[in-house]
Design a protein around this ligand. Structure first.
Ligand code: ACO
Length: 343
């Protein structure tokens, strides 16, 4: 048996072909409900990096066949102790040490870049949401990971949305949201809102429940926001945003986004919704979310389903989602390993 681990390179088309093939094999087993990642999406991911983050991709070749993949991702301006990674092995190559070898690369990478906390996630079996198998938990346990945060993926099937329910949610929210007005935009934030968006975005990492993950807030930075928006657009993603402005101060205090990839026309993602802590309790979360869904549907009528992730502990956002019609689809577990405590 010969095992080789090699980088996936933007200038190496054969490596991209093999990478897309491995991702497809894994996806059809692990996430059959998600649209396939196309070759074009893979190329664009390699070509257009997000700011303040370095991401590297490697492939494991077993006896000359692409068998597994590794993604390592480290932030460069905050969270300097963390190393995020993904290890995935195609089903027919499992239990032959490919995962273990890829994990060896993660450890070497962590040493090289002085990262001490490893973070990853895998599917999780729950009684009402069975995962394909227990391999992620067994693999995580084999290397001493502890579980941090369960997350649920929910899906909204747009043909089944009850417009009366949405209208009821909107008017109930509007009744409590006196003194705020809505704004909406596509893709890049308008100049006058960029600072507010950068501020709210800087809170994303830490505001949503994150279990005991040692996450640090980002520094608000309009330049970084603009580079992020450029990368999103270059990757072929359209984004639809609704925000709430506090009329007295003119500040943007709530914001939500739905994104759609041109390579997966029937599918979209509801991204994180955030409300400034000083303005919670006015139903602004529900208000921007329902208003944005309406905006999105009018702009993108071809989209059939919208998926979202929530920490299982995020009762407030989950209740809004359930009311809108989002239903549970799959469960995930975040895993963490502190190398300073585990030798
Ligand atoms: N049942 C029990 N133990 C398992 C299993 C399993 N199905 N799979 C792996 N292990 C444990 C064993 O201790 C194994 O050592 P052993 O074979 O000597 O007993 C050890 O993990 C290493 O196994 P490998 O053969 O190196 O792992 P493999 O190449 O099969 O890949 C992986 C394992 C990555 C979890 C694969 O099943 C997969 O791709 N799953 C989907 C993706 C995923 O969930 N990745 C995240 C995992 S969590 C994490 O990375 C910490």
């Amino acid at each position: 048996m010969s095992l080789r681990i090699a980088p996936v390179g933007v200038d190496d088309p054969a490596s991209i072909d093999a990478w897309v093939e491995v991702m497809a094999r894994i996806q059809e087993y692990e996430f059959p409900y998600l649209p396939r990642r196309t070759r074009r999406m893979a190329e664009l991911m390699l070509e257009h990096a997000f700011p303040a983050r370095v991401v590297e991709h490697r492939l494991a070749w077993l006896d000359g066949e692409p068998a597994g993949r590794l993604e390592v991702s480290r932030m460069t301006e905050e969270n300097l102790k963390l190393l995020f990674f993904t290890i995935e092995v195609a089903p027919r190559f499992r239990r032959r040490g490919v995962g273990r070898a890829l994990f060896g690369e993660v450890l070497a990478y962590a040493r090289e870049h002085d990262r001490t906390v490893l973070v990853t996630s895998g599917s999780l079996s729950m009684p009402d949401l069975p995962a394909p198998d227990e391999a992620p938990a067994a693999f995580a346990a084999a290397f001493g990971f502890t579980n941090t945060l369960p997350e649920l993926q929910r899906r909204l099937t747009l043909a089944e949305v009850d417009e009366d329910v949405l209208a009821g949610m909107l008017s109930a929210a509007q009744a409590k949201a006196v003194g705020y007005r809505l704004v909406r935009w596509r893709d890049a934030a308008p100049e006058e809102l960029a600072e507010g968006v950068a501020y709210l975005e800087s809170r994303l990492m830490t505001d949503a429940p994150s279990g005991d993950l040692p996450l640090e807030a980002e520094k608000p930075d309009v330049g970084r926001l603009r580079r992020f928006e450029e990368a999103v657009a270059a990757r072929g993603r359209r984004t639809f945003h609704t925000g709430a402005i506090h009329e007295q101060t003119g500040a943007l205090v709530a914001w939500t986004t739905i994104s759609a990839d041109e390579e997966t026309p029937g599918h979209a993602w509801q991204q994180i919704t955030i409300v400034d802590p000083d303005h919670r309790g006015h139903r602004l979360g529900a208000l921007v979310k329902v208003a944005n869904l309406r905006f999105f549907r009018a702009e993108m009528p071809q989209v059939e389903v919208v998926d979202t992730f929530n920490a299982a502990a995020n009762g407030f956002m989950i209740s809004i989602n359930e009311q809108m019609g989002f239903r549970k689809l799959a469960a995930f577990q975040n895993w963490q390993l502190d190398l300073t405590k585990n030798g």
